[in-house]
Design a protein around this ligand. Structure first.
Ligand code: CS2
Length: 489
């Protein structure tokens, strides 16, 4: 079968949407760091919608860690398919907004030179939570992070995302070129302000004047991003090939729903994102908080409990009425009262989330969501927990999510099989659980001592400790499925 590419585009099956602009006429305005599946299902699609009228905003992507996206997309001239799935079927569309992909490890100089050139007005990022080299509990740069230590020693050939941003900004500063806007599209709390703090700090460690310029002159618009994007499988590749009539090495499977709320802070201009359906607002934080606590808090809770209960996919967990009741209760009773969203129908938002989680066509692995929990828990569950503890309100379901994470990161499932725990703190967490020897109280004490996750306060909170340990007892005694059943009564 022919491979998808600029030349084979004309031969694609009838009815499949393809770029509605001349790809030879588009030029880059955006560099995107972390060109993974999420970006390709989200921002790249909004940009694809706009290029016909705004051809100078195409994207050059960069992979910071693995060159696999470049390897897949280069022979395809950057083209790839998104396949939107629901119970009614799978709807393919070919996206053309990514002009090319650079591998930051082998093409670092080309990437930095492009980032430093005036045609680039936005550098956006999806490098996941851990890509910011920060302390998740405080949101501050982790100055002992090996990549940060490396970047401070090698500032002109950096490895980390913050290091790349600082070097490119330093070059612009030196050349008198206006800075690009830095737009994080990761699920961090206050992602604009957080990334501003991290990047200005790193810049100031390198040179105080540069740090002051970054803090003063660079815009860091905050965003709330939302679209569920499971990892692509070989079966997905076969489905897409069948649907479009050509072979695509890396199609992206996703859901119909998509949302993007952006703080309108782009001094050097931006594409008319609103014409593609994004909401441009003055303050994005309430939207971020709502999404992180409602969607991602539920997701992580379902991921750990679901995995332990033997559910491979989120939609499988949603097939168990006890899980649905738990997540409904978590959102309604424990999360929604912490949100201040005048003008938003939170009940409708919750119901829509439950429907999205249940999408049977979206094969979203609990294991995928379970990854990097140490980086995710603070903004997904612990912030909500702090707000509720401060006002003396129950954290029964929220603390079950935390207990399930503690049980999961032990690395052994309910059948005694190993769990492939992927997390930057995995080694430390395994050592802690080995030391606890299966004792719930000791496991809790060891893990709550990870201050980069729990801060300095939660370890001393008796209600928190008692609730988590009680759930851990139950997870050890009767397992996750039964614990969920008991809690929903
Ligand atoms: C998920 C998110 O993997 C995860 O941790 O919770 O990727 C989630 O699917 C997205 O944030 C949805 O917008």
């Amino acid at each position: 079968m022919t491979r998808l590419s600029a030349t084979s585009l004309a031969a694609i099956k009838q009815g499949v949407a393809v770029p509605d602009y001349d790809r030879a006429a588009i030029t880059p305005g955006i560099v995107h760091l972390g060109i993974g599946a999420f970006h390709r299902a989200h921002m790249a699609v909004y940009v694809d919608d706009l290029l016909k009228d705004q051809p100078d905003w195409a994207i050059v992507g960069a992979s910071l860690r693995r060159p696999d996206t470049k390897d897949a997309l280069q022979p395809q001239d950057g083209l790839y398919t998104i396949a939107v799935r629901d119970a009614a079927g799978t709807h393919p569309r070919v996206i053309g907004s990514i002009l090319k992909v650079l591998d930051a490890n082998t093409e670092r100089e080309e990437l930095l030179a492009l980032m430093a050139s005036p045609q680039i007005r936005i550098v956006s990022l999806t490098v996941t939570e851990k890509g910011y080299c920060h302390d998740p509990a405080t949101g501050e740069l982790d100055q002992r992070h090996p990549d940060i230590v490396y970047d401070l020693a090698n500032p002109t050939a950096p490895k980390s995302a913050p290091g790349m941003l600082v070097e490119a900004l330093a070059r612009r500063h030196a050349a008198g070129i206006t800075p690009f806007a830095v737009m994080s599209c990761d699920n961090l709390p206050s992602n604009g302000a957080t990334v501003k703090r991290i990047v200005s700090k790193l810049a100031s460690l390198r040179d105080a004047a540069l740090g002051a310029w970054v803090a003063d002159k660079v815009a860091f618009p905050g965003t709330m991003v939302d679209r569920i994007v499971p990892s692509t499988t070989d079966a997905d590749r076969a489905t897409v090939a069948e649907l479009i009539g050509t072979e695509d090495a890396w199609p992206i499977m996703t859901e119909p729903f998509t949302q993007w709320v952006i703080e309108d802070n782009f001094p050097d201009g931006r594409p008319a994102f609103e014409r593609a359906g994004a909401q441009l607002v003055e303050d994005v934080e309430p939207f971020e908080r709502m999404k992180l606590r409602m969607l991602n808090g539920s997701h992580s809770t379902m991921a750990y409990l679901g995995y332990l209960a033997g559910h491979e996919y989120v939609s499988d967990a949603m097939g168990d009425p006890a899980f649905v009741a738990l997540i409904h209760g978590l959102m309604t009773e424990e999360v929604m009262p912490t949100l201040d969203m005048p003008g938003t129908d939170l009940g409708a938002y919750r119901d829509q989330l439950l429907e999205r989680f249940a999408n049977p066509a979206l094969k979203h692995r609990t294991w995928q969501i379970a990854m990097d929990g140490s980086q995710k828990l603070p903004q997904r569950l612990l912030g909500t927990i702090r707000d509720r503890l401060a006002t003396g309100q129950s954290i029964e379901r929220l603390s079950l999510g935390v207990a399930a994470w503690m049980r999961y990161v032990m690395g052994i499932d309910e059948k005694g099989e190993n769990i492939d725990v992927r997390d930057p703190l995995a080694m430390r967490m395994m050592a802690i659980s080995a030391g606890a020897g299966g004792d719930p109280e000791e496991l809790y004490e060891g893990l709550v001592g990870l201050t980069e996750v729990f801060g300095d306060d939660l370890a001393d909170n008796e209600v928190f400790g008692a609730d988590v340990v009680e759930h851990l007892d139950s997870l050890f005694d009767v397992g996750a499925a039964e614990t969920v059943r008991e809690i929903v009564g």
